[in-house]
Ligand binder design. Structure first.
Ligand code: BES
Ligand code: ZN
Ligand code: ZN
Length: 496
């Protein structure tokens, strides 16, 4: 999909649809919308009077052959209250407009920004909104006869003087959205098409293409490094595990400067192992590698955006299978750090592979750690599919991440991680056990387990179990993988 910024007056734009957005206020026909109304001989004011055009969030008003415009259609999208409006709302408005027009076989449209909105940030949000909305999960459908395609989007409403800022935002938005779609594409793959080995091949190809350093650890190297927690999960099936290490080093990097370690859970299928999951809904466990996919997508974006800080990405990957060689409840494993773990539930496998993942990232030099994982069903109970659960050992670092989440328009909510929860995972027969012996707080005790392997390194854990997958399509996003947390993490790294 082509996206370009144009500076012609909106009335002269030859396009399948001119799209703008309307605020819910006493008089929704203001500013640039009043200019459209003037071109269209007062049609919009008539529609507000009749109550058809109110500006309510995602209200669609489609007008064919509008008077005074070269465009074949005029689409007005409700943007909600002006006071509550931000770039996140614009991302949704743009995405919803794209999917609305696409479903009606429209091939191209121009999005006209409102008065005062011709900025870099706005252009970035439009590019992100359009490209993420355009992503479909129909890769394995063979009948594409009726496939609908948006070929081109124009961003309008910028002057020549505002073009440089707009173009900058547009190219940044494209890089980030394409990285997000890269991650979503990986998550969309079923487990028979995406084993740990295939994921590693794809990670390696991405890194080489992007110009990033990459090392793939195979089962032998993983054993040499004594990653006993990861190996214990992998022993349940025939597919060997992999650990992907992708590194971005800025041009002027000197030892002693901070190094961000990004660690992502990539369980390509989670059956639960011997503590097997119920069959109902088990097919969704192909998305148990979303944390790893997000981190790989972040690296892909960083390679192009060139932040000033070094970033090391570690993605441990395995299946969690209940084969005859699988680990069993009560088994005691030794993690790479040397800590012993009593595996009381083989379905709490994400924390096991992350234990070795964060330890290894630290050993490679990470001074700040962030992990992302579809870790617990408990976070879905706590925050549903609305907020990412955020856990942090260092409040200043966590605050930085929460500020980035706000700027990137991703909802995240900080959860507690008090020392009291440590008692819940104290081992009876080993140093630590992989599930809580107490009641409740499942997402917290999961986080607490990972924390045990970070020593004193500032660390953030993102539990994305509830937010990495949309069970239903949203007006601005297809059903399925969301690529959540990628934009926040890119923003955070760029802020260093
Ligand atoms: N992959 C699951 C968590 C999950 C649940 C992801 C729902 C996405 C949607 C994880 O490995 C798991 O099974 N966790 C267990 C932990 C429990 C055994 C302590 C859970 O949440 O039930
Ligand atoms: Zn599990
Ligand atoms: Zn899992």
């Amino acid at each position: 999909m082509q996206i370009t910024l144009v500076t012609q007056p909106f009335a002269a734009l030859e396009t399948d649809a001119l799209v703008s957005y309307v605020f819910e206020e006493t008089d929704p026909v203001q500013g640039r919308v009043a200019e459209i109304d003037k071109s269209a001989a007062g049609l919009l004011r008539k529609l507000t009077k009749s109550g058809e055009l109110t500006g309510k969030m995602l209200e669609f008003t489609l007008i064919h052959a509008p008077v005074g415009l070269q465009a074949a259609r005029l689409l007005l999208v409700g943007a909600g209250k002006r006071e509550q409006w931000n770039s996140a709302a614009l991302r949704k408005v743009t995405g919803a407009a794209l999917r609305y027009l696409k479903s009606r076989s429209v091939k191209n449209f121009a999005l006209l920004v409102r008065e005062g909105h011709a900025t870099e940030e706005i252009a970035q949000s439009i590019a992100e909104g359009a490209l993420t909305a355009d992503f479909e999960t129909d890769k394995y459908k063979t009948d594409k006869k009726n496939e609908k395609i948006i070929e081109a989007v124009m961003i309008a409403g910028f002057s020549e003087a505002e073009r440089a800022a707009g173009d900058k935002g547009l190219s940044k938005g494209r890089i980030i959205a394409e990285a997000q779609n890269f991650a979503r594409d990986l998550v969309n793959e079923p487990s028979n098409k995406l084993t740990p080995r295939i994921l590693a091949e794809k990670a390696e190809a991405m890194a080489k293409e992007a110009g990033l350093a990459v090392e793939i650890l195979d089962e032998k190297k993983i054993a040499d490094l004594k990653m006993g927690a990861l190996l214990s999960v992998a022993q349940g099936g025939p597919e060997p595990p992999r650990v992907m290490v992708v590194t971005y080093t800025p041009a002027n990097w000197k030892p002693g400067a901070p190094v961000i370690g990004l660690v992502g859970k990539a369980v390509t299928f989670d059956t639960g192992g011997i503590s097997i999951k119920p069959s109902d809904g088990m097919e969704k466990m192909k998305y148990d590698m979303a944390g790893g996919a997000t981190m790989l997508g972040v690296m892909r974006a960083l390679a192009a955006l060139k932040p000033r800080v070094k970033v090391i990405c570690v993605v441990p990957s395995t299946e969690n299978m209940p084969g005859g060689t699988a680990q069993k409840p009560g088994d005691i494993q030794t993690a790479m750090s040397g800590k012993t773990i009593e595996v009381l539930n083989t379905d709490a496998e994400g924390r096991l592979i992350l234990a070795d993942g964060v330890h290894y990232a630290k050993q490679l030099g990470a001074t700040h750690l962030i992990d992302a994982a579809t870790l617990t069903g408990a976070i879905v109970v706590a925050l549903a599919n609305v907020n990412v659960g955020v856990f942090g050992s260092d409040q200043a670092f966590t605050d930085k991440l929460l500020a980035s989440a706000k700027a990137a328009g991703e909802k995240m909510w900080q959860m507690p991680i008090d020392d009291e929860y440590r008692d819940f995972i104290k081992g009876s027969f080993a140093d630590i056990q992989n599930i809580s012996s107490g009641k409740g707080g499942g997402a917290i005790t999961g986080a607490m387990f990972i924390k045990e392997f970070t020593s004193d390194t500032p660390w953030i854990h993102l539990d994305i179990a509830g937010t990495a997958w949309n069970d239903d399509a949203k007006p601005w996003l297809a059903k399925g993988p969301t690529g959540v947390a990628l934009r926040t993490l890119v923003h955070l790294v760029l802020s260093y």
